[in-house]
Write a protein that binds this ligand. Sequence first.
Ligand SMILES: CC(C)(COP(=O)(O)OP(=O)(O)OC[C@H]1O[C@@H](n2cnc3c(N)ncnc32)[C@H](O)[C@@H]1OP(=O)(O)O)[C@@H](O)C(=O)NCCC(=O)NCCS
Length: 149
Amino acid sequence: MDRKLKIRLGSEKDTDEILRIENSLFKEDSWSRNMIFSELKKGINKKTFLVERNQKLIAYLMIRFFGLEYQILNLAVSKIEQNKGVGLLLLLFFLKKIPINSSVFLEVKESNLPAISLYNKLGFIKQYVRNKYYSDGSNALVLHHNKIN
Ligand SMILES: CC(C)(COP(=O)(O)OP(=O)(O)OC[C@H]1O[C@@H](n2cnc3c(N)ncnc32)[C@H](O)[C@@H]1OP(=O)(O)O)[C@@H](O)C(=O)NCCC(=O)NCCS
């Protein structure tokens, strides 16, 4: 791993830094401060992984899990840090951590080709489409990854 990059678990203290990235990327689809804060609170079925470069937060991955079923709720890399392998690194880190036979699900906007390409690269496969899932009327693809080794 790039020596300047560090992956750690998030806590409520990270709310405002995540909110800043969230607002800059997702605009009207952004999570609110309350949603982020509550996701960062300790809980038995949730975790947020963060990537820092030189102590500055540059990416986050929010996960919920129930037994061997994992749900990716949110993934983002700050604009200036995109296309440098950070998203791939963070997802690989997470996929390495979970047990074999785990199932991972997520929703992604049908038009979000960078994210879909990243997920496909890691073995995520389209399961079905949720029509008009997003506030702009666009569809969500539900993708699934089965960890086999
Ligand atoms: C999608 C996102 C997480 C990818 O993270 P990233 O760090 O920029 O991606 P990486 O540099 O690790 O790229 C890994 C792979 O993703 C795909 N990818 C990333 N950016 C891409 C782009 N602009 N166009 C096409 N494919 C792209 C490619 O398959 C790439 O592999 P390659 O470099 O061998 O072509 C990032 O662009 C992002 O935060 N986007 C805004 C928020 C978002 O859409 N989140 C996902 C919600 S489901």
